[in-house]
Every structure is written in C-alpha cells, then in structure tokens.
Design a protein around this ligand. Structure first.
Ligand code: ZN
Length: 62
C-alpha cells in the first residue's frame, strides 16, 4: 500500500481527498436502545458544508 497517495472519499460531497483533508465523525450505532458499534462518517475538514451534512446523516442514523 502506498501511503503517500492515501485518499478517502468524503461521505458528504463524494470527492476523493488526501488523508490530511479528511476527518472522521464517529457516532454510536444504536438499534433498539442497544449500542451495537459505531458509525464513522468521513468529511472534508476544510469544508464546513461537508461537516454539516455528515452531522445530519449521523442524526438520521445513516
Ligand atoms: Zn466533502
């Protein structure tokens, strides 16, 4: 694996971004009142609009 070219796809805008431009929002995955794990939403940390979108996804449960 070539870590120099590591990129991630933003869950909000869908763009491939370099690792340093992507942050992860982790939210607990709760089904029937039980925490079954966590969901990780990737977003562009230089685009406030992307953070807003993943926060909305997180609230809506996906
Ligand atoms: Zn984005």
């Amino acid at each position: 694996m070539d870590f120099k070219n590591l990129t991630w796809r933003c869950d909000a805008c869908g763009d491939e971004r370099p690792d340093e431009k992507i942050s992860v929002l982790s939210v607990p995955l709760i089904i029937d009142g039980r925490e079954l794990g966590q969901m990780n939403y990737k977003y562009c940390n230089d685009r406030p609009e992307c953070l807003k979108q993943v926060e909305e996804k997180a609230r809506g449960g996906g």
